[in-house]
Design a protein around this ligand. Sequence first.
Ligand code: HPA
Length: 272
Amino acid sequence: MNLIDRLNKTAAVIREYYSKTPEVGIVLGSGLGNFKAHMQVECEIPYEDIPHFPVSTVEGHSGTLIFGTMGGKTVVCMAGRFHFYEGYSPTDVAFPVRVLKWLGIKTLLLSNAAGGMHEDFKVGDLMIIRDHISLFQQNPLVGPNENQLGPRFPDMSEPYSKEIIARAKAIADAKGIAVHEGVYAGVTGPTFETRAEYKMLHILGADAVGMSTVQEVIVARHMGLPVFAISVITDLGIREELNVITHQEVLEAAAAAEPKMTAILMGLIEQL
Ligand code: HPA
């Protein structure tokens, strides 16, 4: 089945569960799953029940698509995303974002947990992503281009909407939340970086590094969807002392910073 047929089929099945058109799509990163508590939830669909969504490689839940309202808008939230390191192809990783667009979203908001490399960053800080460096070997748009979705050679001069970034900064300011702005390097994982790799990524111009987001942004921009993304800095890659990073530490730091991030996303959703 070609991509357009798969998108039509997937969207049709989802619309049987939920018929309203979402205006905003939100993808939640590791440890940032509490967002739902701020939504008026109207419908939840486990990924397992959605045709053509990647099949989970891990035991238990792979995630849930949550529909509802927030700040007067109809929103759809992906609680759980797919990562390249789990064994999915870059195209599969990004398929759900194409589905959200097919369902009608006009804006995509993404969050993630990332390792910080900028000397001013501390654990628990937020970084609005201004630009990215993709270090994934394969771009999710490799393969036949679907002209119905977007052009063969999409522009990437402004992957992250300057207008939404400006709004997010104003919202953060008004709420007294400190935010950085910087460049996110997308890597495959699942290893965290070596000391030399963190240093190299910083020299290359990245302020934070993580294992997600970039492929989703590429397919969203291919389809002309405005994107905003924000990282929670969950660990510091460049430190003098012994620098062991654990998944647990990442999850805990993300959960602790979640209220600040949620406040910014909620403010944005109200204003979009
Ligand atoms: N490196 C890569 N991915 C990450 C990190 C990191 O230090 N922290 C959270 N996700």
